[in-house]
Ligand binder design. Structure first.
Ligand code: NAP
Ligand code: MG
Length: 399
């Protein structure tokens, strides 16, 4: 059969460790045999980031803006131990942080659900999608240790020189300070991304924050969401029978646990970080969580929600064939290829992405899985190595 042609390229960001190994295997076993892959390749492996003084990460993000679709492999965020391990010039920032700062927008995370893995929460029947605001708050905060007694103040100086200030605290002894911010433009973009994604995927939107305590910061998020919903989306939601509501985060947590799933839970940056790990683990495995960054100007960057699976990589380096789960990384590719196909009117590419996802689900539902899922499914499962698992998927692709 002739290979599927891609009219326009997508951005391909390679990464680190075990996921870098899986990345190549996925291309060799599941993609290249069927698709004439058209990608603009950026090597975000830590060594190459160091060689380019991290310029490659910036270039990859700018290319994503230009081409509209990207797929990213998991990457190491260096800490002191990594600086030594890779003899780095400096402790480079998180690539995801750099990319999000350039693209802005919202990260949507949804579990891949299969019939033979039951969620830890009995009532959940459909996936819960976490919409995490990807800009600001504690991730862009500055911190200061107050060495001793004294007054801490928050001061804003306008371009016209006019200042606004408030006292944070009168310290009687040493203490700690943190200053964080967000921008109205980013919060507005967050709201638009959530409502658009809801219409795209036919799901309700729940938004939660802590406006009772944070009467300016969180309250503004709440008001902006409501204003944008009423003005731009209410009619479309009503037409599709969808709903939007805001509720306090404490209440949201309780409602989510009692729900049947099948909605988008919009959360501020930190809340989304924490809750997405809770939701993915409760659905089964971090290795079954997909992630897409949607920017306000309609740019899509797909990746797996998990990291580079370092522990497996060290075993791989010792010659062991590991049983690392490639599902979320495969779904990052299918998400990106399907979006490229949708943008280009390339039905063959969209059909291929759907067929590959169906083959993945079939393989798992027939009990052929990697070690992490074998442990969840129990004795009826057959544990395969990553490569055996990829080949089992390939046998099940029906085009
Ligand atoms: P991790 O790579 O997600 O792995 C944590 C553990 O979760 C693994 O040791 C493994 O458990 C299990 N796991 C995760 N993904 C799996 C998969 N696909 N198949 C099977 N098991 C899987 O997180 P980490 O160890 O905290 O971080 C490792 C590196 O990844 C760090 O350098 C971090 O900076 C980076 N990271 C990158 C991203 C990103 O690029 N988006 C996100 C998070 C972390 P067992 O060992 O028990 O089998
Ligand atoms: Mg996290």
């Amino acid at each position: 059969m002739p290979k599927i042609i891609m009219q326009n390229p997508i951005v391909e960001m390679d990464g680190d460790e075990m996921t870098r190994i899986l990345w190549q295997q996925i291309k060799d076993e599941l993609l290249s045999p069927f698709v004439e892959l058209n990608t603009e390749y950026y090597d975000l492996g830590l060594k190459h980031r160091d060689e380019t003084d991290d310029q490659v990460t910036v270039d990859a993000a700018l290319a994503t803006k230009r081409l509209g679709v990207a797929v990213k492999c998991a990457t190491i965020t260096p800490n002191a131990q990594r600086v030594e391990e890779y003899s780095l010039k400096q402790m480079w920032k998180s690539p995801n942080g750099t990319i999000r700062a350039i693209l802005d927008g919202t990260v949507f995370r949804a579990p891949i659900t299969v019939s033979n893995i039951k969620p830890a929460v009995r009532t959940w029947q459909r996936p819960i999608t976490i919409a995490r605001h990807a800009y600001g708050d504690v991730y862009k905060s500055v911190e200061l240790a107050a060495p001793g007694p004294g007054r801490a103040e928050l001061i804003f100086t306008g371009e016209d020189g006019v200042t606004k200030s408030t006292v944070i605290h009168d310290f009687k002894g040493p203490g700690l300070l943190q200053g964080m911010h967000n921008t109205e433009a980013s919060i507005r973009a967050f709201a638009h991304s959530c409502f658009r994604f809801a219409l795209d995927t036919q799901q309700d939107v729940w938004f939660s924050a802590k406006d009772t305590i944070s009467k300016t910061y969180d309250q503004s998020f709440k008001l902006i969401f409501q204003e944008i919903f009423d003005k731009d989306y209410k009619a479309a939601f009503e037409e599709k029978g969808l709903t939007y509501f805001y509720t306090l985060i404490d209440d949201a947590v309780a409602r989510v646990i009692r729900s049947e799933g099948g909605f988008i839970w919009a959360l501020k940056n930190y809340d989304g970080d924490v809750m997405s790990d809770m939701v993915s683990t409760a659905f089964g495995s971090l290795a079954m969580m997909t992630s897409v960054l949607v920017s306000p100007d309609g740019v899509y960057e797909y990746e797996a929600a998990h990291g580079t699976v370092t522990r497996h990589y060290y075993r791989y380096l010792k010659g062991e064939e590991t049983s690392t789960n490639p599902m979320a990384t495969i779904f990052a590719w299918t998400g990106a290829l399907a979006k490229r196909g949708e943008m280009d009117g390339n039905k063959a590419l969209c059909d291929f992405a759907a067929a590959l996802e169906a083959a993945c689900l079939k393989t798992v539902e027939e009990g052929y899985v990697t070690g992490d899922l074998a442990a969840l499914i129990g004795p009826s499962a057959t544990k395969l190595t990553s490569l055996q698992f990829l080949r089992a998927i390939r046998e099940r692709i029906q085009l």
